[in-house]
Design a protein around this ligand. Structure first.
Ligand code: IPD
Length: 254
């Protein structure tokens, strides 16, 4: 459905602001996935980007029950503009632990996947993070996200400046889930962002960890999937260097 929609003209609607987009394909894919999974697993719970957006102002409740975390299209802006860096991101949590994750870019035909304790894979081939430990050798992904207020943008660009002064490069590619998969397979060495939601990075979290990488909150504390802050990288050392340079941006919890 995503691949077909990618090449067509879309009906685009806005959510929080003019830069926070949703299409009929996002909604259709989420419905399709949830209906299919519900028919197989009647007692499971679902946290989906578009269902959550429809319940404005409600906090997300994550319980110990088996829970599917779904972003039907991560990188919706890319999808709208036919920039081929978008994917579906799907994770299953049980007792608040991620059991497996799948990130599928159907345009480039790349499926990243990981099951807890069983490694991470790209189209079935085992992947691992790069050996990079120092920022001076690193390619770092960061994101601007959809906030457009001055204070947020100032700190986001300031953080990127601090990183680029010391690293090989910075990339803002527009999909949190794929950024994490790129770290997992060694195409990038780190990714950090203030503002993403649980559905943007739940699947990526297990894929990076199973590929030998590390995932933290942006201040180096253990990652909290509902806190809207994530930093992942090929090594603890690299994460520490990034944490020391970046300034916090407050976001309300999911
Ligand atoms: C967005 C993308 C983007 C990131 C935003 C996310 P969406 O997800 O992952 O790269 O900067 O924080 O919300 O809205 O395309 O599913």
């Amino acid at each position: 459905v995503i691949r077909k929609g990618f090449f067509e003209n879309k009906e685009v609607s806005v959510k929080e602001n003019f830069a926070d987009l949703v299409t009929e394909t996002d909604q259709a894919v989420e419905k399709l996935v949830i209906n299919h999974l519900k028919s197989k697993f009647q007692n499971h719970c679902f946290i989906g980007e578009e269902s959550a957006s429809a319940e404005k102002g409600q906090h997300i409740i994550l319980t110990d029950a088996p829970t599917w975390i779904i972003d039907p299209i991560d990188g919706t802006t890319n999808f709208v503009h036919k920039f081929p860096f978008c994917c579906i991101s799907l994770a299953l949590m049980v007792n608040k632990v991620i059991e497996f994750g799948i990130v599928y870019n159907s345009v480039t035909n790349e499926i990243f996947s990981a099951k807890r304790g069983q490694g991470a894979f790209l189209n079935g081939n085992k992947i691992s993070v790069s050996q990079v430990k120092e920022l001076k050798d690193a390619l770092v992904c960061a994101e601007i996200g959809s906030s457009r207020d001055d204070a947020t943008l100032t700190v986001k660009f300031d953080n990127m400046k601090k990183i680029i002064e010391k690293a090989h490069g910075i990339r803002c590619q527009g999909s949190a889930a794929l950024n994490m998969c790129y770290v997992a397979c060694g195409r990038a060495d780190a990714y950090f962002e203030f503002g993403p939601h649980i559905w943007d990075f739940a699947a990526g979290e297990i894929i990076v960890k199973e590929a030998g990488g590390v995932v933290f909150s942006t201040d180096g504390s253990p990652v909290d999937l509902l806190a809207r802050k994530v930093l992942c990288s090929s090594s603890k050392e690299l994460s520490c260097s990034i944490t020391k340079l970046i300034q916090d941006i407050p976001y309300d919890r999911d």
